[in-house]
Design a binder for this molecule. Sequence first.
Ligand code: KIV
Ligand code: ZN
Length: 382
Amino acid sequence: MTDRRRITIFDTTLRDGEQSPGIALTPDEKVEIALALERLGVDVIEAGFAISSPSDFEGVRAVGEAVVRPTVASFARAREEDLDAAVEALAGARSRTRIHVVLGTSPIHMEHKLGLEPTEVLELARSSVAHVVDRVDEVEFCCEDATRSDPAFVAEVCTAAIEAGASVVNLPDTVGCALPGEYGAFLRDVQERCPALRHVTLSAHCHDDLGLAVANTLAGIEAGATQVECTINGIGERAGNAALEEVVMALRVHERLGYETGIDVGEIGHVSRLVSERTGYVVQPNKAIVGASAFAHEAGIHQDGMLKHPSTYQILDPAELGLETTLPLGKHSGRHAFRKACEEAGIRLSEEELASAFQRFKALAGMRTPVTVHDVLEGVAA
Ligand code: KIV
Ligand code: ZN
């Protein structure tokens, strides 16, 4: 028997991720990624923002017709035309359907973006949820810019949305301004003020403007969120969203925290590469979990340790994630890794030959990188 708490993984690669500057996925590409996300084991796929373009409408529709297990969601503002477009795009879906309704609750958003008074926002929260509650399986209500909103007002809006039928409430750190302790405290505060939140799913959605999206998401879980919204490779508006692979692996490595997800981590490497290829967003080499250097060891001291035992410098087994450990040769590499690279290339050298090849390697590696054993031996032959 396990008493682990199951965290719902809401993937928004195809909506918030696609909103990254320069990304435009075709409906076919969305389907290809959605099927990979289904194999990865995500619980909810936010497939797009149906009203935003004919291509997005078609993307949501096509994803709904393609996947069978995860819930498929469309994003919508609290406007009837948005909500109706989302309902229509989801009409043929084979799995559960969800509309993710967004409405700003911060003074900044209410005054400058929406031009609405708080009482109007409260009423719009209620009426927009009521407009779709009987037309899809689930309604998620989002208080946009929640972390810059008054918690008492957020609690009132959440109460109204839940009374109207929302079964999921999202309290995002839209502009990525919160610190982990602050985000956790904010979620606790709103839950205390809104007892109805105990009966629905609370969702965390964090942006990476200060590099804290994953830390804030984990703080959100500790503060009671049971759904997290994230993207593959952390793509998303501006600096991006919390990276799915980082949140999932943090929960897995720290299993003592008592959480589990439905993610098949063996699919992580594949989905990461697919999203990078289809979006054109290259993964930075030192990106946690999926960066090309995340399991690469070039320095001699580390290579020596890794050759003795992988646990010396790795907390994860990349093979489990569909990735691999590499020991690239470079300026800081040592004799052990050089010897191993020669052996792997099928090159047999006497101790004396190895010593002189290693000297040559060090001279070459000081000038350029990467260096292969073949570069070194070509030099010897020349
Ligand atoms: O960052 C955000 O606040 C969002 C919501 C509108 C869901 O993407
Ligand atoms: Zn977002």
